[in-house]
Design a protein around this ligand. Sequence first.
Ligand SMILES: Nc1nc(=O)c2c([nH]1)NC[C@@H]1CN(c3ccc(C(=O)N[C@@H](CCC(=O)O)C(=O)O)cc3)CN21
Ligand SMILES: O=c1ccn([C@H]2C[C@H](O)[C@@H](COP(=O)(O)O)O2)c(=O)[nH]1
Length: 283
Amino acid sequence: MQQYLDLCRRIVNEGEWVYNERTGKRCLTVINADLEYDVGNNRFPLVTTRKSYWKAAIAELLGYLRGYDNAAQFRALGCNTWNANANDNASWLKNPLRKGEDDMGRVYGVQGRSWATTDGRHIDQLKKVVDNLSKGIDDRGEIITFYNPGEFHMGCLRPCMHTHHFSLLGGKLYLNSIQRSADVPLGVNFNQCQVFVLLALIAQITGHQPAKAYHKLINAHIYEDQLELMRDVQLKREPYPSPELRINPAIKTLEDLETWVTLDDFEVSGYQYHDAIHYPFSV
Ligand SMILES: Nc1nc(=O)c2c([nH]1)NC[C@@H]1CN(c3ccc(C(=O)N[C@@H](CCC(=O)O)C(=O)O)cc3)CN21
Ligand SMILES: O=c1ccn([C@H]2C[C@H](O)[C@@H](COP(=O)(O)O)O2)c(=O)[nH]1
């Protein structure tokens, strides 16, 4: 959690103001931050200086792994994070490719599970990676990428955490995740949990011990209307120790993740946190 607070402090102290055209707001911004999570020792990187809605973060990840393309599917899992981008985003609402209420288009999981090729096929990137890792194969390209510039016009938002690269070394599984744009008070709070859980889950279903997950943020920012809460409330608090995450050991295959897994299969123990802070969200 210290590395998260250090990043927040660095943005507050050294960030530069950048006007963002899409949201019409200014963001205090730094470039490049490298976060690291010790998945092998189960140090779950949950933010403790405010209440963190970790279940919604895991639900969002599960939706991506299932290839969901609709905010209603995310809601059914217990995650409301896509409602605004699917339904209140002016440029997406007028896009003729939007298939009605709650449609998100060809974003995230759609690219991960069904990347369309120019010769009419669809590639399941996640299945390829899981199949290879299950056989102990790391071809130095065990990559799942959601970043498909040819289809940006077909989705409500370009993916933020866009590439996940798995590696096997000494019998242990590692993950490097890259995030091009990071809303540090809101999104990163979720994204840290997701990178951790992604490595823990893929290790579990491919039969490997998880080691470390490395999370690179490129454009890391705090929106102008979030700054006061971050600087004068959240950063004034003392963090608590990291909690632990327990994942149901009965989850053994990709099919399990696709079919019966729910948020009841994840438990956090020892989570001590300060009061909730409601940060403004920018669409
Ligand atoms: N501006 C912006 N920031 C983001 O972090 C973000 C986007 N847009 N668009 C796409 C997704 C959606 N994400 C979101 C959306 C909402 C919350 C949010 O409201 N979190 C609250 C409450 C969550 C809850 O009650 O479940 C929080 O306090 O963490 C977090 C991440 C992350 N992404
Ligand atoms: O997982 C996510 C998804 C989104 N975000 C944030 C980062 C930005 O503040 C916005 C996306 O805006 P762009 O104009 O497309 O960069 O959402 C996040 O932090 N984590």
